[in-house]
Write a protein that binds this ligand. Structure first.
Ligand code: DGY
Length: 321
C-alpha cells in the first residue's frame, strides 16, 4: 500500500525524524537549509506532499500556500507559535493547520525564570568577568543585583506558559500580577492580581514577563510610551516573540537605566537581532532556546506527527488552530 508523503522543511531531532521516516514517505532536509516560501511550495510539489511539517522560522505565506499542490491536507508546525503561517490562506484552501501547545510549557517557563534571574543577578557581567580573567576577588559591592523576593512580577499573557512562569516565580517569593483579556478563575489565578489593562499592569511591575502570542494586535505593543510606564529600575523578560517589542524603545530604556536589565530569548528579525543588544552589558541574551531540551523537542515533534497522523487518517487532530 502506498504511504502518505510528508515534507519535512527542517532537520528534526533523531527520534522524531525516525518516526516520520517509519510512518511516511518522508522528504527530509538533511542540510537544514531554510527553504523560504518558494522552496517549501517547490518541494511540496516535487514530492506530491500530503502533509508538511514546518518549524518556527519557516515562512508559509499566502503565496506559498497558493502554490502548494492540491494533495496537501495538513500543515503541522513544530511550535506553539504560528504567526509564521498564513492560517487564513490555508483554511481557505481546506488545509488544516496545527501547532504543539502544552508540551513546551514547562521548558519555556524554565527559560523565563533563567532570564529573569540572569538579568536580575547580572549573570552576563559576572560570566564575562571570570572568562576574561578580570576577576580580582570577592568584595562587598561587586556586581550587586536585585532580589526577586517580595517583588511584583507582571505577566502579560496568563495562558499555560504564563501560569507556569507564575508557579515558578512564587517559589522565589514573587507577588504575581497579570493581564489577560479576562481574569482567570480563582483556582487558576491562585491569588495573582488581575489588571484589566496592560497599562495598569506595567505601572506595578518591578519585573515583567511577556508570555502572549505575536498577533497583528500585539506586534510592536511594547513601545516607548508603554515601557515608560514600568517602575524605574524594572527588569524585563521576553520568551514569547521579539516583534512585540520596539527594539529602539527597549534599547533606549536599557541605556537610560529606566529598565535596569533585560533577559531576552526572542528577537525581531531572528537571527539578525538589533546589534544594540549585544553592545549592552545589562542584557542577558539567548538564541531562542526557550523550548530547547531533548525531552521537549521530542515531545513537540511527536505532537506535530500526532496531528499529521490524525488529519491524514480523517480524524480531528489533537491541536488544530
Ligand atoms: C514556539 O513553539 O513557538 C517556540 O517559540 C519555538 O519556536
Amino acid at each position: 500500500m502506498s504511504r502518505f508523503r510528508l515534507l519535512l522543511t527542517r532537520r528534526l531531532p533523531p527520534n522524531v525524524e525516525a518516526r516520520a521516516r517509519r510512518d511516511y514517505d518522508a522528504l527530509p532536509n538533511p542540510q537544514d537549509t531554510l527553504l523560504g516560501p518558494e522552496g517549501i511550495a517547490e518541494r511540496a510539489n516535487s514530492h506530491g506532499a500530503d502533509g508538511i511539517l514546518v518549524c518556527a522560522g519557516d515562512r508559509v505565506t499566502a503565496e506559498a500556500v497558493a502554490n502548494l499542490p492540491p494533495s496537501v491536507k495538513v500543515i503541522a508546525t513544530f511550535s506553539v507559535g504560528y504567526e509564521h503561517i498564513d492560517v487564513a490562506a490555508a483554511k481557505a484552501r481546506g488545509i488544516i493547520v496545527t501547532n504543539t501547545p502544552d508540551v513546551l510549557t514547562e521548558a519555556t517557563a524554565d527559560t523565563a525564570l533563567l532570564l529573569l534571574l540572569a538579568a536580575a543577578r547580572r549573570a552576563h557581567e559576572g560570566n564575562k568577568l571570570v572568562r576574561d580573567g578580570e576577576w580580582r576577588g570577592w568584595h562587598t559591592t561587586m556586581l550587586l543585583g536585585r532580589d526577586p523576593n517580595r517583588k511584583r512580577l507582571g505577566i502579560y499573557g496568563m495562558g499555560r506558559i504564563g501560569q507556569a512562569v507564575a508557579q515558578r516565580a512564587r517559589a522565589f517569593g514573587m507577588q504575581i500580577h497579570y493581564h489577560n483579556r479576562r481574569p482567570l478563575p480563582p483556582e487558576q489565578a491562585l491569588g495573582a492580581v488581575y489588571h484589566d489593562t496592560l497599562e495598569s499592569l506595567l505601572t506595578v511591575s518591578e519585573f515583567f514577563s511577556i508570555n502572549a502570542p505575536s498577533t497583528p494586535e500585539t506586534r510592536g505593543l511594547f513601545d516607548a510610551e508603554r515601557l515608560a510606564l514600568l517602575p524605574p529600575g524594572a527588569i524585563f523578560v521576553n520568551t514569547a516573540r521579539g516583534d512585540m517589542v520596539n527594539d529602539e524603545a527597549l534599547l533606549a530604556a536599557l541605556k537610560s537605566g529606566h529598565i535596569r536589565a533585560a533577559g531576552l530569548d526572542v528577537f525581531a528579525g531572528e537571527p539578525n537581532l538589533h546589534p544594540g543588544y549585544a553592545a549592552l552589558d545589562n542584557v542577558f541574551l539567548l538564541p531562542h532556546i526557550g523550548s530547547a531540551t531533548e525531552e521537549t523537542r521530542d515531545a513537540m515533534g511527536f505532537a506535530a506527527l500526532d496531528n499529521i497522523d490524525a488529519v491524514l487518517a480523517g480524524r480531528v487532530p489533537p491541536s488544530p488552530i
